[in-house]
Ligand binder design. Structure first.
Ligand SMILES: *[C@@H]1O[C@H](CO)[C@@H](O)[C@H](O)[C@H]1NC(C)=O
Ligand SMILES: *[C@@H]1O[C@H](CO)[C@@H](O)[C@H](O)[C@H]1NC(C)=O
Ligand SMILES: *[C@@H]1O[C@H](CO)[C@@H](O)[C@H](O)[C@H]1NC(C)=O
Ligand SMILES: *[C@@H]1O[C@H](CO)[C@@H](O)[C@H](O)[C@H]1NC(C)=O
Ligand SMILES: *[C@@H]1O[C@H](CO)[C@@H](O)[C@H](O)[C@H]1NC(C)=O
Ligand SMILES: *[C@@H]1O[C@H](CO)[C@@H](O)[C@H](O)[C@H]1NC(C)=O
Length: 322
């Protein structure tokens, strides 16, 4: 019972981590401001499991959050005359919208309740009934996210806004994936010991996360000096995401049941197709095989221009592909 519940939570954590990584740091940050909603507490505990020490909600105060957001809003609007921009107000708006978003989502699905229902339905083979119920609320959930995003937009740079459109589509696609045929995939994942599989490899998944995205999180976090990163999904992030995918899938393939690994892989593929990440990954794979046929020790051609960090990631990816 206990491991299953933890497993389901880990699944959610993985989704949250995935969404968090490729999407909205601001979104995640905004969620931190609701200390006593029990759902959030759960989610934070989940997140904390995959986060390096020092990144938990305990270390990030409301004042930090306000400052980070304000800084971001001011920076995004730096080109406008100062009299036309009130970064404090924009930041307040985002925090309020974050609160509304959480209320809205809580109203649609209380995670504690969902997990209890899953627990009860699982031995009876009734998982599809549970997921169908929640998947029917998907349009409302989309609306909550759209409303929140509208408030976020004024604090994004022009480039981030373009990426934001892609990220919106990705989140939409993730929701579609989870609710494909009213939750068939997720029900299958749970029925086929997906949560146990994740539980078994939680440390490996954590290491994959660290390996692919760890450089975004300095180990010596100083919240008073840190800035929110650019929220973009460029070729570098695509490569990192693919690296992460390979790493996770490779570990999950070791579980007795292959289905969870297949489902996770198709989820990643779904996301990749919906962004421009597929092109990047194709190019990296092609360059990698070209480099191999030339028997040259050199990194793929595009890596030269992309800098040392990208080259390192490409090599890591190359190793993962092999
Ligand atoms: C909710 O949070 C407030 C302040 O953050 C605190 O005073 C209160 O005790 C909390 N309530 C519960 C039920 O934890
Ligand atoms: C979720 O449901 C549980 C159990 O019914 C309840 O105690 C808790 O307050 C709910 N949380 C929220 C945020 O509504
Ligand atoms: C950050 O959190 C860790 C535990 O998660 C704690 O030991 C540390 O003192 C915290 N640091 C600050 C600056 O609050
Ligand atoms: C900016 O907005 C805040 C409210 O969010 C307000 O208190 C403050 O006076 C505004 N500043 C300016 C310069 O208008
Ligand atoms: C964090 O940065 C501030 C400002 O630079 C500095 O005063 C403070 O000592 C730093 N804290 C830590 C723990 O490094
Ligand atoms: C798979 O399991 C074998 C045997 O336990 C182990 O040696 C190997 O390292 C595992 N591979 C991964 C990717 O976890």
């Amino acid at each position: 019972m206990e491991t299953t519940l933890n497993g389901s939570r880990r699944l959610l954590a993985l989704c949250v981590a995935l969404i968090g990584c490729c999407c909205c740091c601001s979104l995640a940050a905004a969620e931190l401001q609701l200390p006593n909603a029990s759902n959030i507490k759960d989610l934070n505990e989940l997140g904390a499991h995959y986060l390096p020490a020092g990144y938990g909600p305990a270390n990030v105060s409301l004042a930090d959050l306000q400052r980070l957001l304000e800084q971001k809003c001011a920076k995004a609007n730096a080109a406008l005359p100062a009299s036309e921009v009130n970064a404090t107000k924009l930041s307040d708006d985002i925090q309020q919208a974050g609160g509304r978003l959480m209320e809205c989502l809580n109203g649609l699905a209380n995670i504690t309740v969902v997990l209890d229902e899953v627990e009860r339905a699982r031995p009876l083979g009734d998982l599809d009934v549970v997921f169908e119920k929640y998947c029917l609320r998907l349009p409302q959930a989309r609306q909550c996210l759209t409303d929140f995003n509208a408030v976020l937009l004024p604090c994004l740079t022009r480039e981030e806004r373009q990426h934001n459109a892609v990220m919106q589509r990705i989140i939409g696609k993730l929701l579609d994936f989870v609710c494909y045929k009213n939750g068939d995939q997720i029900a299958l994942f749970i029925a086929e010991q997906g949560p146990e599989c994740l539980e078994q490899h939680k440390d490996n998944v954590g290491r994959c996360l660290e390996k692919s995205f760890g450089h975004y999180m300095p180990s010596q976090l100083n919240i008073s000096t840190v800035e929110l990163p650019e929220l973009v999904l460029g070729s570098r992030q695509c490569t990192e995401l693919h690296d992460f995918e390979n790493c996770v899938v490779r570990h999950l393939e070791n579980c007795t049941n292959i289905t969870p690994s297949n489902i996770v892989e198709s989820m990643f593929r779904y996301v990749r197709k919906e962004s421009n990440c597929q092109q990047v990954v194709d190019r990296v794979t092609r360059d990698h095989s070209e480099a191999l046929t030339q028997r040259a020790g050199a990194a793929p051609s595009w890596a030269h221009s992309a800098g040392a960090a990208a080259a390192t990631i490409t090599l890591a990816l190359g190793l993962a592909v092999m």
